[in-house]
Design a binder for this molecule. Structure first.
Ligand SMILES: Cc1ncc(COP(=O)(O)O)c(C=O)c1O
Length: 448
């Protein structure tokens, strides 16, 4: 059936074409399935919106990263950054691939332990580590990357209480030529604070300094920054070994590699703008191999999150309504908003539709279902006139959404995993009223 479309006059939008000739970088490709499973079948069974993860893509991304580094350096550990995506099923796949756990809170620590990760396979990071959680981490042999002088003091007290000598590392922040500089975590390299922390640990005499850590930031598009980072960490390790009796067993370069997402404000498409994992691996391992002393090959630790899981995640959402905005653009109301897509603030997701639709593509804004002005999922999609009920498939959304999502106004939706053989498993149920009110209490006098 043909639909009537009221004609509109469009002001010419500059900014859509660019010098590479991508007339419509946000054009609508049709996607009828994910890993062979039809979109409609997924929605029928689990509802919309729906997060869908591909196990095949997840394992493939992990293996790409692993190969890139282990080919170049013999002693590498991959530690899964829980905050990026700590759904049990996702973390379990990565542990199955051999990743240890990188956690930044007692909650994440407990989640990793619950999944069967032993303490020695946990790296405990973060600026706020309650003392009780340090006690548990020390008892269980976790590696602790110290963030503050207060934490050094706390750990010394824990060491006294338990009668042990905890193995620790310090987090270092530094100038690697990238901006913004994440200078609030750990101890600064250039102003001597990192060295002061080393001295403080040595003088305290209660902790064994065995590692150095740095995590520069996220979505870092410059592989050369990692070369600077690695060289600085190795220099610091040598200085520590020369002046104190500590032996640096690991250099942890953190995470931060980008996924093939389209960062807002970046002109080039991800295929051009995002360097390959090999380029990062080459920079880091070249820096290590050229600056390490013969016979000493400390473990290289990577805490990559986004680059592994982002492209394994899709969100299926449904067109609920459409309207013409006063500036001529079309606006769509979807059933998924920034409540479940936190990363929409930073990225222009890839938008695909589940069916062929006639009509010229035009600039559109994708709004979520919240009664809030900020609820914009995409402000420059380029789509043909979509009938109500059309499914949109947004990607990549696998990193930082199913952890940073919030229960605000609406229930959080289900999450499913498509296994390598095409089987579909529910890995997180959609929320219900019961989940949300379970922890609320009504004082007796207010009951009716
Ligand atoms: C200490 C630490 N390690 C690793 C990561 C993972 O970073 P990404 O997802 O950018 O690889 C983060 C994220 O912010 C982090 O804070």
């Amino acid at each position: 059936m043909k639909r009537y479309e009221k004609p509109v006059i469009h002001k010419l939008q500059i900014g859509f074409a660019n010098k590479f000739g991508f007339a419509s970088p946000y054009g609508a490709r049709v996607r009828k399935s994910i890993d062979g499973v039809p979109i409609e079948q997924l929605v029928e069974k689990y509802g919309s919106p729906l997060f869908v993860f591909s196990e095949r893509r997840l394992r493939q991304k992990f293996r790409e990263l692993k190969n890139a580094f282990t080919l170049r350096y013999p002693n590498v550990e991959f530690s899964w950054s829980y905050k990026t995506n700590y759904l049990d099923a996702i973390a379990s796949i990565l542990h199955d691939e051999g990743a240890t756990a990188e956690v930044v809170s007692e909650f994440e620590y407990e989640k990793a332990r619950r999944l069967g990760v032993p303490g020695e396979q946990i790296i405990y990071n973060g600026p706020y580590k309650p003392k009780e959680s340090l006690r548990v981490a020390v008892k269980e042999g976790a590696r602790i990357n110290i963030d503050t002088f207060e934490e050094i003091a706390d750990l010394e007290e824990v060491a006294d209480e338990l009668g042990v000598r905890p193995k620790v590392a310090i987090r270092v922040n530094m100038d690697t030529g990238i901006h913004p500089r994440w200078s609030r975590f750990g101890f600064n390299y250039e102003n001597g604070q990192a060295w002061d922390a080393v001295k403080r640990i040595a003088l305290g005499g209660k902790l064994d300094l065995i590692g150095l850590h740095c995590h520069m930031g996220t979505f870092i598009l410059k592989p050369e920054a990692y070369e600077v980072e690695t060289r600085k960490l190795v220099e610091l390790a040598h200085r520590i070994e020369d002046e104190y009796s500590f032996q640096i067993e690991y250099i942890d370069v953190g995470g931060g590699f980008p996924s093939r997402n389209r960062l807002k404000g970046i002109y080039l498409p991800p295929d051009v703008a995002v360097p390959s994992i090999d380029e990062y691996a080459e920079r880091i391992t070249t820096a290590l191999l050229s600056s390490l002393r013969a016979g000493a090959y400390p473990k290289l630790i990577l805490e990559s999150g986004r680059a592994i899981v982002d492209e394994a995640g899709f969100l299926i959402t449904t067109v609920h309504a459409s309207k013409r905005l006063p500036d001529g653009r079309r606006g769509y109301v979807l059933d998924a908003g920034v409540n479940i897509l936190f990363t929409a603030f930073w990225y222009h997701f890839n938008v695909e539709i589940d069916r062929e639709v006639n009509g010229a593509a035009e600039p559109c804004v994708l709004y979520g279902p919240l009664c809030m002005n900020i609820d914009v999922v995409h402000d420059r999609a380029h789509l043909p006139p979509l009938p109500r009920g059309t499914r949109l498939i947004l990607s990549p959304v696998g990193a930082y959404n199913v952890t940073q999502w919030m229960q605000f106004i609406r229930y959080r939706p289900a999450v499913v995993l498509i296994g390598e053989n095409g089987e579909v498993d529910l890995i997180r149920e959609a929320e219900s009223l019961e989940d949300i009110v379970r922890r609320e209490r009504i004082p007796e006098r207010l009951k009716r």
